[in-house]
Design a protein around this ligand. Structure first.
Ligand code: NGF
Length: 292
């Protein structure tokens, strides 16, 4: 199996006003990620891809198009988690046939499921293919919390190679690292990349790496080398960017940054709102001030 460590952009997807995927724009976003952001891989159809607003055909369209454009240039992880377990299985098979390097699935959300039900969900997806699985843990959006012992049960299956950990519980992260030295951890909060790197994660997956990849790679490298003060200097810069992006609207503003750079990053899928054009000058200043 490929070494899946490293920094991944949670791929942004350009949509038109009707909520359809803008393939030419997506091609540009992908090329920017590979050639400018210098990421190690792409996490496809995650939160940043507005996945939970898409229908099955659109999810498949994106998986196929991304693989066609990327080929084997960078690593690809397919997020296939869905409230419809049949859809999750269908997508897992589809992405595996396309050649995705690993699958990932968000914990099922909305209905308060028991841990046994969550285990059944993962086992069903995992058993459907011979691909590996990365758990996608994002409790602040899903409301689903998993204890260390429960993680241990999910990780018993050798096909579960690790977790995308989007939580700020650094105690649990440390316990996870110590207890599962052979599993992989990708950190999910870009604004805490230094802390995650010091805690021993193997990589990171995030939305802002689409526009701030090189600086983030440097943060990760420096922190891993123990150059914490230097890493923090860059993290401060990254967090200036993230703070502004969160203020103006996360995915809309990341797309707007790409647009300022000449990339047709489209708009967000409704009901997400579009970028407020009155704020364009603020984005242009951000791009200039932080050399995005
Ligand atoms: O966008 C979110 C939602 N989180 C991402 C990332 O953890 C998940 C994070 O990069 C993701 O992008 C995906 O699954 O596609 C944040 O956007 C970033 O840290 C800014 O807060 O919270």
């Amino acid at each position: 199996m490929k070494d899946l460590k490293g920094l991944y952009s949670a791929l942004l997807i350009p949509f038109d006003e009707n909520g359809e995927v803008k393939e030419e724009g997506l091609r540009q976003v992908i090329e920017h990620n590979i050639n400018v952001s210098k990421i190690d891989g792409l996490y496809v159809n995650g939160s940043s891809g507005e996945n939970f607003l898409l229908n099955t055909a659109q999810k498949k369209q994106i998986f196929k198009f991304v693989k066609e454009v990327v080929g084997d240039r960078v690593k690809l992880i397919a997020q296939v988690g869905s409230l419809d377990l049949n859809e999750a299985v269908e997508l897992a098979k589809y992405a595996t046939e396309l050649g995705y390097d690993s699958l990932s699935a968000v914990t099922p959300f909305y209905y308060p499921l028991s841990f046994n039900e969550i285990k059944h969900y993962y086992k069903t997806i995992i058993d459907a293919t011979d691909n590996s699985m990365i758990l996608y843990y994002i409790p602040f959006l899903t409301g689903v919390k998993i204890s260390l012992d429960q993680f241990a049960e999910l990780l018993e299956d050798e096909k579960v190679i690790g977790v995308k950990y989007t939580a700020a519980d650094f105690y649990q992260l440390e316990r996870f690292r110590k207890r599962f030295p052979n599993k992989l951890i990708w950190s999910g909060f870009d604004e805490m990349l230094v802390q995650a790197a010091i805690t021993g994660v193997d990589g990171a997956i995030g939305s802002t790496y689409n526009v701030n990849g090189q600086r983030s790679q440097e943060i990760f490298r420096l922190a891993k080398e123990g150059k914490v003060a230097e890493a923090y200097e860059l993290q401060h810069e990254a967090n200036d960017v993230i703070e502004k992006v969160l203020e103006l609207g996360l995915y809309q503003t990341l797309k707007e940054i790409l647009k300022v750079k000449g990339i047709d990053a489209g708009t967000c899928k409704k009901p997400m709102k579009s970028f407020d054009p009155a704020k364009l000058a603020e984005v242009e200043k951000l791009v200039k001030d932080y050399n995005l």
